[in-house]
Design a protein around this ligand. Structure first.
Ligand code: AMP
Ligand code: MG
Length: 511
């Protein structure tokens, strides 16, 4: 026999499963359930490449079988993860992966550990009343939004694959089923720590927190103040993340603590949507009647969620030796982080706004603050499309005001603001030494033309789900991957939805 024929073929995915290995008390070993007739809908070659996977080998029936949950690849150690969460303000002590399994972790080409998980792969012990399944539409939605956010430079979980299962799932009506393969820096959530804190399982809580530190904040390993440090690091990442959302007009839609990561990645694209006509009170989610997760509330909700994280970490920060007032002193140590969060967020958001306005120098901070506030007030008063308003400001920086003026029903209202912006811009250019074309280039990067427009997303998903036609999905995906390109085939994707569509638009949790 020739040597080559007895060599085992290289694995399509090489796993290293630290979660299952180090935190057996935080998850349940669980197998995905098989799909009757799996068929590939989406395979993310660029991401597979980045992960160092066998791209060719996975873009095959064998890959589809893995992504459907029908074949568990060698080296995987599937588990369902436990977590709790505050949902719309009320605490659910046990949520967990009801329809997901973490197959394992991979070390990507940059040496980063990434989770590879299936979503929609059947009921787990955490399923409660759910069927454990997912539908084609919401899973492709997650793929689209993740790719879009990634292209926009926003930290996010991403879809490696979506496969149709060949069975239907019962929702308001029967829908084709699908499984999503999700890649994330980790699936650790605020709710993961809440789960163990709520049960008083302090040893496991400590192990999970130390695991989170090792994975996301290794500089804190061994630091006696590491749990306060972890809180601060998560708060800083969330401040940066939510500022990016706010500067892009992104509404997450369901910022429950189980949907807020410790890694600072966006996760769970259920009822999310982008605002069109600018209004901070915008809500699209059908289940958010009170507007808790409205666009403008997101920074305050992030802070609220971080306070819940602080509570969960408190037992680790309280030192028994500290005596009777130990808890009060522990609270004194976490409160500065929670109180600092709004300023951290504001700093990220303001920096983003300055970049969007094409103002690089930090001088004239008060004037810039007023300029930003007045600009947003103008967009709001004139119901201007948020994305286009900013994008056309780039055209104005390049010398052409007309496209911007055309967005305002009452163009003269814009003139005094434009004059102030130009005056500040000139001073800023002189101070920074930036060339005008370079400034325009930077402004373009900060003001994308292509976001995932709600009507385009719905159209693409309806075609894929109702007619098994993936062409609109693929066209939209291509446009979203090049957010700066508003010419040619992409032009249609830069256009806002008809007003009537947006007025009646409702999103649903991806269940
Ligand atoms: P989500 O709204 O997707 O963030 O999910 C909230 C919780 O409900 C998590 O514990 C999910 O695992 C669970 N869940 C959502 N949909 C289903 C389903 N179809 N079957 C089982 N569990 C589900
Ligand atoms: Mg969730």
């Amino acid at each position: 026999m020739r040597a080559s024929s007895i060599e085992r073929p290289p694995e399509l995915i090489v796993f290293d499963n630290s979660y299952a290995r180090d935190l057996p008390d935080a998850c349940v070993a669980w197998q995905p359930c098989a799909a009757p007739a799996p068929r590939s809908l989406f395979f993310n070659r660029a991401l597979a490449e980045e992960l160092g996977l066998d791209v060719q080998g996975l873009d095959s029936p064998e890959g589809v079988s893995i992504f459907a949950g029908n074949a568990v690849p060698a080296g995987a150690q599937p588990v369902a993860q436990a977590y709790a969460g505050h949902q719309f303000g009320g605490f659910s002590p046990q949520l967990g992966d009801g329809r997901a399994v973490l197959l394992g972790e991979i070390i990507d080409r940059r040496g980063q550990r990434r989770d590879l998980a299936l979503k929609g792969s059947g009921r787990t012990p955490f399923a409660r009343g759910g069927d454990g399944k997912a539908a084609v539409g919401p899973m492709l939605r997650e793929a689209l939004l993740g790719e879009s956010m990634h292209a926009l430079g926003v930290p996010t979980s991403r879809a490696l694959a979506v496969v149709a299962t060949g069975e239907s799932v019962r929702r308001e009506r029967r829908l084709p089923g699908a499984v999503l393969t999700r890649i994330a820096a980790s699936h650790l959530r605020v709710g993961t720590l809440q789960f163990f804190a709520a049960r008083g399982q302090i040893d496991t809580l400590r192990r999970v927190a130390d695991y989170a530190i090792a994975r996301h904040d290794p500089a804190l390993i061994g630091d006696p103040d590491r749990y306060v440090g972890l809180l601060g690091a998560v708060a800083e990442r969330q401040a940066a993340l939510v500022a990016q959302w706010m500067n892009l007009g992104f509404i997450h839609g369901v910022m429950n603590t189980d949907n807020m990561t410790l890694s600072g990645e966006t996760i769970d694209y259920g009822p999310c949507a982008f605002i069109e006509a600018y209004d901070p009170q915008t809500v699209f989610s059908s289940i958010d009647a009170a507007g808790r997760y409205a666009f403008g509330n997101q920074p305050a909700i992030a802070r609220w969620n971080l306070a819940r994280l602080a509570e969960a970490l408190l037992p680790l920060i309280v030192d028994d030796a500290d005596g009777a007032d130990a808890e009060i002193r522990a609270i004194d140590r976490v409160m500065p982080v929670i109180e600092a969060f709004p300023a951290w967020y504001e700093a990220h958001w303001r920096a983003g706004q300055r970049a969007k306005l094409g103002l690089s120098a930090a001088e004239g901070a008060t004037e810039i603050t007023r300029l930003v506030d007045d600009w947003l007030a103008l967009l709001h008063a004139h119901a201007v499309d948020f994305t286009l308003g900013w994008r056309r400001l780039v055209d104005a920086a390049a010398g052409d005001d007309a496209p911007l003026r055309s967005l305002f029903a009452n163009a003269p209202a814009l003139a005094p603001w434009l004059a102030r912006w130009r005056a500040l811009s000139e001073r800023d250019l002189a101070a920074s030494g930036l060339s005008p074309p370079e400034r325009v280039r930077r402004m373009r990067a900060a003001n994308p033309a292509i976001i995932a427009r709600n009507h385009q997303v719905e159209q693409a998903l309806a075609a894929a789900s109702d007619a098994a036609d993936l062409a609109p999905f693929e066209r939209l995906l291509t446009a979203l991957r090049h957010p700066d390109d508003e010419k040619g085939d992409s032009a249609a994707f830069a256009e806002p939805a008809p007003r009537a569509f947006t007025a009646g638009y409702r999103t649903f949790c991806g269940t």
